[in-house]
Design a protein around this ligand. Structure first.
Ligand code: CMC
Length: 428
């Protein structure tokens, strides 16, 4: 017999169905609660609320498990390429050789962006944050492809939009960087791999021959895989909610980029390096900063520590920590800020406050370290996260459309003023 939850409201008992996921996760289905009882549930930050039944990513925060479409993240990070993983997330299974060739080829074919987009970049002020530019640029792409505004197109047309965004996001990201630097943009070279093509557009110059270092190329590919999806997090939920109004995919992804920007989400990788620099410039007294993070009167938090769902360890952080060690030793990087990172990790991991609350370094603690070692400027870190997360956002959007999910529209418990009469200005 299927499980049932019972709830007693105003002395009356109601039965609610229990849904069991494929990994035995349980949920009480409250979708008819309001229409049958007049009650809603209240759950700020949706910490206990499942917004959908999803077949994309499974994670168990207590056990530190992360799987894309059933495949453990450890195996994918070690053996797969980022584009293979992107295919897996979006299409539901790993590609065979022909499927991967088709996917890679289609993405390589769409890397250029319309030349008129350069005029947008030219209008930004000096020091404009690349995440602001990127979010606007992706929304602007929809104006170049007006047919994308119809969400009820045949799959082939929708697929083309997905490929276009995957192809153009790194191009736009690198162009944003070049405009900030005042350097000429480098056009994509489609015989390079996805990551090498991006690195060439970022660091190449028309005056020199830029050779992509395979260590950097590999590390970047791995980082993108680790970021590729993370089920119903803040930005993925944003993408699904925006898409649920049937706004086009470009707008939904643009909103996802905006959500990712915040320091409590993807912006943490930038915040980590800024924090480490601050600690270094302040004399490097780590205990002082750890104490500040513990002080409830002080708003300072150790950036890169803690996670909404991982309460024992972040499996991505384990993989990336090793990658960070490899990259630093292979590139022979000697950076005092990175030394502070290592020491801070040691101090915090031994501190009772952090241990008790399950606050461990998360993926963004180490990704910031790797990006810095790769020469990526600090304000581009969250952009890197966005490039990695893009296939996840697309997969989440596609699933939401295919499931015919209703428009996202939470309710609230109103606690404001009750009805009162308008008083003219001179009587207030
Ligand atoms: N430094 C100091 N104390 C912390 C920290 C921290 N980084 N994170 C959580 N705490 C404390 C918090 O004050 C609270 O203490 P108490 O129980 O005494 O009130 C307790 O730990 C639980 O914190 P919470 O805010 O209820 O936890 P949450 O699950 O709502 O927040 C978080 C998760 C990631 C927002 C938070 O840990 C944080 O702000 N971390 C720093 C920012 C960061 O690194 N974000 C990146 C997350 S990983 C990237 C991604 O997937 O987006």
């Amino acid at each position: 017999m299927s499980e049932i939850a019972r709830i007693i409201l105003d002395g009356k008992e109601y039965e609610l169905p229990v849904i069991t996921g494929s990994e035995n996760e349980k949920a009480i289905d409250i979708s008819k609660l309001r229409s049958t009882t007049g009650y809603i549930t209240l759950d700020p930050g949706f910490k206990n609320t499942g917004s959908t039944e999803s077949a994309i990513t499974f994670l168990d925060g207590e056990k530190g498990i992360l799987r894309y479409r059933g495949y453990p993240i450890e195996q994918l990070a070690e053996k797969a390429s980022f584009l293979e993983v992107a295919y897996l997330l979006i299409y539901g299974d790993l590609p065979n050789i022909q499927e991967l060739d088709y996917f890679r080829g289609s993405i390589a074919q769409h890397t250029l962006v319309h030349e008129d987009m350069k005029r947008f970049f030219a209008a930004y002020p000096n020091g404009a944050h690349p995440m602001g530019m990127l979010s606007a640029m992706i929304a602007s792409l929809s104006t170049f492809y007006p047919e994308s505004q119809n969400p009820n197109r045949p799959f082939k047309d929708i697929e083309l939009t997905m490929h276009r965004i995957i192809a153009k996001l790194p191009t736009l990201a690198a162009q944003a960087y070049k405009f900030t630097m005042g350097h000429p943009i480098m056009y994509p070279k489609n015989d390079l791999s996805y990551t090498a093509n991006f690195l060439n557009q970022m660091f190449g110059l028309p005056t020199t021959n830029y050779e992509v270092d395979p260590v950097i190329d590999d590390a970047l590919d791995k980082l993108l895989i680790l970021h590729a999806d993370h089920e119903q997090n803040c930005s993925a939920s944003t993408v699904r909610i925006v898409g649920s109004s049937q706004a086009n995919l470009y707008s939904a992804i643009s909103a996802g980029i905006a959500a990712l920007w915040g320091p409590l989400h993807g912006g943490a990788n930038q915040a980590v390096i800024e924090m480490l620099e601050k600690i270094k410039n302040d004399g490097g007294d780590l205990q002082k900063w750890v104490d500040k993070a513990k002080d409830k009167q002080d708003s300072f938090r150790l950036m890169g520590f803690g996670h909404r769902v991982y309460k024992n360890f972040d499996p991505r952080a384990r993989i990336i920590k090793k990658a960070a060690d490899d990259v630093l030793s292979k590139l022979g990087v000697n950076d005092p800020v990175l030394e502070i990172a290592k020491k801070l990790e040691e101090v915090a991991l031994k501190d009772e406050y952090f241990v008790e609350r399950g606050l461990y370094p998360n993926v963004d603690f180490y990704s910031g370290i790797i990006y810095r070692a790769l020469g990526i400027p600090t304000d581009m870190f969250t952009v890197m996260f966005a490039i990695g997360r893009l296939p996840g956002w697309i997969a989440q959007w596609k699933e939401m459309i295919e499931n015919n999910e209703p428009i996202g529209r939470p309710r609230q418990v109103y606690v404001g003023a009750t009805v009162r009469d308008y008083r003219p200005l001179n009587e207030r």
